[in-house]
Design a protein around this ligand. Structure first.
Ligand code: NI
Length: 185
């Protein structure tokens, strides 16, 4: 089932999300719905707050980026209650976008490599090292669980330059090809 994507300005995107309880009802269905929603919107990652649920989980399928970033080939994961336990000091700056901020693209610096632990879709504990663009996608989604969005990381000047676009998103007048839920609509 495709869910509406909550857009910039929605309070749920600014909340620190809650841990997913181990007895969360219909977790499998939620994961399937989040994948459906992400694919339909042509995104490579989607965090639960983006579908209005203040829960610490996200889905990623970065395989479409595999040609430019080989580390993304087959990189499809569900991360539940993730915790980044190490971030490299080395950073890379690249352009990002977000399904909750349609039409906004800005360069963001992120750690080149991270070490993360999380529960997978079967609630099995996993700990792994992730590098390159895949690490960027994970850090972007992780940030959603902390109540942040990528535009928070850019300079005040760059944010100011996006003011018009951001206001249109809040008002619900940003053009978008997928189902959304804006504050003003
Ligand atoms: Ni995002």
């Amino acid at each position: 089932m495709i869910l509406p994507v909550f857009l910039y300005g929605q309070p749920v995107l600014r909340k620190e999300a809650e841990e997913v309880p181990s007895d969360y009802p219909e977790l499998k269905q939620l994961i399937a719905n989040m994948y459906d929603t992400m694919y339909q919107a042509e995104g490579v990652g989607l965090a639960a707050p983006q579908v209005g649920l203040s829960l610490r989980m996200f889905v990623i399928d970065a395989d479409v980026l595999g040609e430019d970033y080989p580390e993304c080939q087959g990189f499809k994961k569900v991360m539940i209650n993730p915790e980044i336990i190490e971030s490299s000091e080395d950073e890379i700056t690249l352009e990002e976008g977000c399904l909750s901020l349609p039409g906004v693209h800005e360069k963001v610096s992120r750690a080149k490599q991270i070490r993360i632990k999380y529960l997978d879709q079967d609630l099995k504990e996993v700990e792994e090292e992730i590098a390159g663009f895949a690490a960027r996608v994970v850090q972007h989604e992780y940030e959603h669980l902390e109540g942040h969005v990528f535009i928070d990381n850019v300079s005040a000047i760059r944010r100011q330059l996006n003011k018009g676009k951001l206001n249109n998103i809040i008002k619900g007048s940003a053009r978008c090809s997928y189902r959304t839920k804006a504050v003003g609509k």
